[in-house]
Design a protein around this ligand. Structure first.
Ligand SMILES: [Zn+2]
Length: 81
């Protein structure tokens, strides 16, 4: 596996969708190549950050939906605005 290929399958690796026969060459390359090791580390942190943000954003959204659901009269009332 080379750097270009590692870059192509990087996100598959994090999604656990990397084919089994590619896992070993992928790991072997990232162990031996400082550039790809760094890219792997960076991508892992980036994905963690994205997931962290998504979790935070979805909480108020769920709360909003719950508030809307608890107001059954809202639809009717809107007509008078
Ligand atoms: Zn590399």
């Amino acid at each position: 596996m080379n750097c270009k290929r590692v870059n192509e399958v990087l996100f598959l690796f994090f999604d656990n969708e990397l084919e089994d026969d590619l896992l070993d060459p992928f790991r072997a390359h990232t162990r031996g190549c400082p550039i790809c090791a760094q890219r792997l580390d960076y991508t892992r942190k980036l994905l963690l950050l994205v997931r962290e943000c998504c979790r935070r954003e979805s909480a108020p959204e769920r709360l909003r939906m719950r508030i809307l659901a608890s107001m059954p009269h809202r639809r009717g009332a809107e007509r008078y605005h």
